[in-house]
Structure formats: structure tokens, C-alpha cells
Design a binder for this molecule. Structure first.
Ligand code: MRU
Length: 313
């Protein structure tokens, strides 16, 4: 991804330490967080220094590589965030490599390179569905920050940037990941406007949104998709307004062990995340971090191997 005109990744391993762009500080400040142990990597995932399904998997592989006891490290990392399948996929990958006696750092590097390549291919495959002058809505941040490079939902958008496209960016309360998307788009010189989460239906109804592309945290066997809270309502609105709704995700996000979205564990985060902008403290808040979009609302899923057409539009 471009950061101030130079190529950069959202995380990398250097001098025995995992370096992460601190996503809690962006876009206001570009700061690098250093994690030197599996406990520090687990902290970074839980506190969302690093976030986005593929990126937390990529952070986890280095957490595993730095640990002395792989089984214990796996346990610590599994207990950070429950919803993103990539995290569990990455941990299992490293357990296998370590048990086979492979070099842990080299295996972690190879994992990250493979995720980047998968995202590049998602971009190549996904740009086919983006017509000239398209006005695309996205939710949360499924960009390079969330995947090390390219992104999932943002990969096709990056690759279609010479088609005079425009991106509608949902703000994405309560953590405001939309600001991260806006920052990435600005770095790439792609035109966009950020909107309050509840404004998407208004613009759909006015005919100002041609296409929706979002990322995914876990995809069930029947193609139900867990993604950032608010995705479900965007999908329902898209169907009502006859707007194609695409999900972009690498195959590492697909969970073959579950039949449908009801089986996906949804992370519930602290009520402070919802209330911290209020001038007064209500008695209670709820803060589910994800929701599940049933497959019937999804037009297609863009993967590194092609587009799975669900033919719902
Ligand atoms: O809570 P977050 O910010 O980790 O949630 C991220 C999302 O929901 C993304 O859309 C998803 O992980 C796909 S990232 C390529």
C-alpha cells in the first residue's frame, strides 16, 4: 500500500520483533507498535493495534514463531478474538509447520507472503465486476491495513482506480474503521466520501450506489458471511434496492467445519467502545463486533481462485 507516496506493509518482522502500524492511532498518527513475545502479539490483537481477519492471522504466525512453547502460544492467541477464521487457520498452519520441524520464522514469512498474493489475486478477479464510473459502497476497513497489503474489498477497488470510480465509506461505529478506509483511499488518490452508517440506505434509494463490496471474518459452508457489525443491514438494503452485493475474502476465511452462520461465535466487545463519545453515561450498552449476512443477500464472493456466484441479484 502507498503511505505518503512510498510502498509500505501494515506489519513486518524485523530484528526479532513484530512491527505493526498501530491502527488505534491512525489516521491521526502513523506509529509503529513493537511486539516482542507471543503475549505482546496477543495484546496487539485483542486491543486492535492490528485488526482485520487476514492481518490478525499474519500477526499470530509471528507470535507463534517467537514463542518457546507452540501449544501454549496457540492457546494464548486463540483466546484473543473469536470470530475471524483466519486467526485460527494461521495458528493451525504454524502448529503443523513447527511440529514438522520447519523453521518457524521462515514459515511465518511464507504465510504472510501467501496472504499478500491471495489479496493481489482477489484484486485481479474482483476488478472485473467494477464498471467505469462505478460508485461503490464499502463497510469497515477491508484494506491493506486489514490484510498486510492490497486488502480484500479494497483490492479490486485499488486495481480499478483508473476507471473514474468513487467510494462511499461507512464510518463504522463504534471503532470508526471507516476512517482507516478513508485514509487508505486518500493515500491511493481514490475519490471517496465518508458517511454515517445510517446514511447508506438514503444514498442507495437515490440511485447513488452502484455496487457494494465488503470483507469477511468467517464464511460458513452455506456461504453465510460474518463481517463487521452493520454489514447485514447493508446487504438487506442492497437487495431491496437491487444493488449487487459482493463479499471479498481469501479461502482462509472459509470455515468448512460449520454448516451455516448461526454457528459463528460473535465477539462482544466492551460497552465503553460504544459510549466513549457520549457527554453522559447511559446505564448500559451492547457492542456486538460482527453480524451474519445470510447467503441469500450476497451476489458473489470474490476469492483468489475466482468469483463464487450466488446469483441472488
Ligand atoms: O473488528 P475488526 O476491525 O477486526 O473487523 C474487521 C472486519 O470486519 C473486516 O471487514 C474483515 O476482517 C475483513 S478484513 C480484510
Amino acid at each position: 500500500m502507498l503511505v505518503n507516496g512510498k510502498e509500505m506493509r501494515s506489519l513486518w518482522f524485523e530484528d526479532g520483533c513484530l512491527k505493526l502500524i498501530d491502527q488505534r492511532k491512525l489516521p491521526a498518527k502513523l506509529e509503529i507498535f513493537e511486539a516482542k513475545s507471543v503475549e505482546e502479539v496477543a495484546y496487539a490483537i485483542k486491543e486492535m493495534v492490528v485488526r482485520g481477519a487476514p492481518a490478525i492471522g499474519c500477526a499470530a504466525v509471528y507470535g507463534m514463531a517467537m514463542a518457546k512453547d507452540a501449544r501454549k502460544a496457540a492457546e494464548i492467541l486463540r483466546n484473543t478474538r473469536p470470530t475471524a477464521h483466519d486467526l485460527f487457520y494461521a495458528i493451525d498452519y504454524m502448529l503443523k509447520k513447527i511440529e514438522e520441524g520447519e523453521d518457524a520464522i521462515k514459515s511465518a514469512d511464507a504465510y504472510v507472503e501467501s496472504i499478500i498474493e491471495k489479496c493481489r489475486k482477489i484484486g485481479e478477479n474482483g476488478k472485473k465486476i467494477i464498471p467505469k464510473n462505478a460508485r461503490i459502497l464499502t463497510h469497515c476497513n477491508a484494506g491493506a491495513l486489514a490484510t498486510v497489503d492490497y486488502g480484500t474489498a479494497l483490492a479490486p477497488i485499488r486495481m480499478a482506480k483508473d476507471r473514474n470510480i468513487f467510494v462511499w465509506v461507512d464510518e463504522t461505529r463504534p471503532r470508526l474503521q471507516g476512517l482507516l478506509t478513508a485514509w487508505e483511499l486518500e493515500q491511493e488518490g481514490i475519490d471517496y466520501a465518508i458517511i454515517a452508517d445510517n446514511a447508506a440506505g438514503y444514498f442507495m434509494k437515490k440511485g447513488e450506489i452502484d455496487l457494494v463490496i465488503v470483507g469477511a471474518d468467517r464464511i460458513a459452508k452455506n456461504y453465510d458471511v460474518a463481517n463487521k457489525i452493520g454489514t447485514y443491514e447493508k446487504a438487506v438494503l442492497a437487495k431491496e434496492n437491487e444493488i449487487p452485493f459482493y463479499v471479498a475474502a481469501p479461502l482462509s476465511t472459509f470455515d468448512e467445519s460449520i454448516e451455516n452462520g448461526d454457528e459463528i461465535e460473535i465477539e462482544e466487545r466492551s460497552e465503553e467502545e460504544v459510549m466513549n463519545i457520549y457527554p453522559w453515561k447511559p446505564k448500559k450498552a451492547r457492542n456486538p463486533a460482527f453480524d451474519v449476512t445470510p447467503a441469500r443477500y450476497i451476489t458473489g464472493i470474490i476469492t483468489e481462485e475466482g468469483i463464487i456466484k450466488l446469483d441472488n441479484k
